[in-house]
Design a protein. Structure first.
Lengths: 114, 113
């Protein structure tokens, strides 16, 4: 079945360093979504990318959707301790009757050392 | 404007028992999805409800069942609990036909002993 894979599984950085997580799908996606889950919290929606090659920025976060719409990345510039958490990408699964489900990657856990 | 609310927040059950988890979607949302998140993993889709009907289902056994009420709130029922059912159960709400992400509740932490 459809799979969404993320690397790396863990990333430890010093505060101020950059961070990137990569997401790859086994199938072409109509869109890709990114979520952040703080330790002990729940996933919070960050952004959705729809177009091939799309790049979107949210302050220090840059999101990219690959040209083939099978991969995506999230880059954080100059990490801060508030960036700590697990970042998930998610793609829509099989559409049935107009309804779809989200297939999540396993996530990249980011630790930021002050 | 209340977000997605789930109850209870924590629950401990014994193997073989049955459990019911509850979810109220964000105001204005009509679609509820349930996810299971094991420790260190991403959320796994269980099923989705819209207009009181199950619309999509993930790879979960029939022990997992659900319901949606006319006010859009939802319940997740799990029968014959197994140790492996221990996880964070997340409810996510959205408005059908609206692009963008879903809104998750804070989850119910289920421990089966």
């Amino acid at each position: 079945g459809q799979q969404v894979m993320q690397i790396p599984q863990y990333q430890h950085v010093q505060e101020g360093e950059d961070f990137t997580t990569y997401c790859n799908s086994s199938t072409t996606l109509s869109n890709i979504q990114w979520y952040k889950q703080r330790p002990g919290g729940h996933p919070v929606f960050l952004i959705q990318l729809v177009k091939s090659g799309e790049v979107k920025k949210q302050k220090r976060l840059t999101f990219q959707f690959g040209e083939a719409k099978k991969n995506s990345s999230l880059h954080i510039t100059a990490t801060q301790t508030t960036d700590v958490g697990t970042y998930f990408c998610a793609g829509p699964g099989t559409v049935s009757g107009g309804y779809n489900k989200l297939i999540f990657g396993a996530g990249t856990r980011l630790a930021v050392h002050p | 404007d209340a977000g997605v609310t789930q109850s209870p927040t924590h629950l401990i059950k014994t193997r073989g028992q049955q459990v019911t988890l509850r979810c109220s979607p964000k105001s204005g949302h009509d679609t509820v999805s349930w996810y299971q998140q094991a420790l260190g993993q991403g959320p796994q889709f269980i099923f989705q409800y819209y207009e009181e009907e199950e619309r999509q289902r993930g790879n979960f056994p029939d022990r997992f069942s659900g319901h949606q009420f006319p006010n859009y709130s939802s319940e997740l029922n799990v029968n014959a609990l197994l140790l492996g059912d221990s996880a964070l159960y997340l409810c996510a709400s959205s408005l059908v036909g609206t692009p963008g992400g879903v809104f998750f509740g804070q989850g119910t932490r289920l421990t089966v002993v």
